[in-house]
Structures are given as structure tokens and as C-alpha cells.
Design a protein around this ligand. Structure first.
Ligand code: ZN
Length: 154
């Protein structure tokens, strides 16, 4: 899965990159399968999501930060266990690489949710009010996470 889409996997003996999305198919280097097996494939996908996440999430954070009225710090994409995102010291934002499996509308909700935590580090009415100001239809997106979250296991 990638950005809400489901794609079939194809192995290729010669690819310029370890993993690419081409003509609605994942194209994975056969060498990775042969030399590293399943763990190698999992790592290749994780690296792909982290790399894409670094540019996509940075762009969405930059887009929404002025709307929320916050100045976020550094952004990092990594393994976050059971959390989609978290915020740390100096307004640093961390996102789980699995956010890249969700549709863009849901990614935007995760970004806005985390940016609003820079105003309120809790889930009080005041916090949800901030989310609602920027994404009035956030409830559907939140629902998507609730019903698809478990399926987002790679
Ligand atoms: Zn939260």
C-alpha cells in the first residue's frame, strides 16, 4: 500500500532503484529477495516510506503550520510503535513511517492533529476546536484511522 492505494508486487532482475512504483505496480529488485529475503524486502519498503515521508510530510507540515498558527521544529519519520505521530522537545514532530500507507486526506489529518498539539498538549475540547478550525471534516478522517489502523500492518 502507498498513499491509500493497493499495488501488486513484481520482481525485476534489473532496476535502477531497489524499489519503485511504476505503472501501478511495485517493482522490487530481485537481488534484494535473493540476498536478503523477507527481512530485506521489509527494510526496502520501510526505507521507501521514510524517504517519501520526509518530503511529503515536510511539505504538508509547511502548508498547515501557518493555518494552525505554530512554528514546528525538526521533522523525523521513523518507527513509532503504536503511535501515528508524536511531538517532542523544541516542537519537533515525529511521524510513523506507516502514515505513508494512508490516503493523503488522512495524512493531512495526522499532520494537523500533531500541529494542534503544539497549542494544546492534550485532547481537551479546546484542542479539538483547533483541529476543527483547520479541518472541519476531520471526523471522517479520524474514523478512517480507527477502522483501517489495524490493517496498516506491513
Ligand atoms: Zn493527539
Amino acid at each position: 500500500m502507498y498513499l491509500g492505494g493497493n499495488y501488486r508486487l513484481k520482481y525485476s532482475p534489473d532496476t535502477p532503484k531497489p524499489l519503485m512504483l511504476k505503472n501501478n505496480r511495485w517493482v522490487l529488485s530481485e537481488v534484494i529477495m535473493e540476498t536478503m529475503g523477507i527481512p530485506g524486502i521489509q527494510k526496502t519498503f520501510r526505507d521507501f516510506y521514510i524517504q517519501k515521508g520526509e518530503s511529503i510530510l515536510a511539505e504538508r507540515v509547511e502548508y498547515f503550520a501557518p493555518k494552525v498558527g505554530v512554528k514546528p521544529g525538526a521533522i523525523s519519520i521513523r518507527e513509532l510503535g503504536y503511535h501515528w505521530a508524536s511531538c517532542g522537545k523544541n516542537a519537533a514532530l515525529n511521524f510513523h513511517w506507516k502514515t505513508m500507507l494512508a490516503p493523503m486526506t488522512v495524512i493531512d489529518y495526522i499532520v494537523v492533529h500533531e500541529l494542534c498539539h503544539l497549542h494544546h498538549r492534550n485532547h481537551t475540547d479546546a484542542f479539538w476546536n483547533e483541529v476543527d478550525k483547520v479541518l472541519p471534516n476531520y471526523r471522517e478522517r479520524k474514523e478512517w484511522l480507527r477502522s483501517n489502523g489495524a490493517a496498516l500492518d506491513v
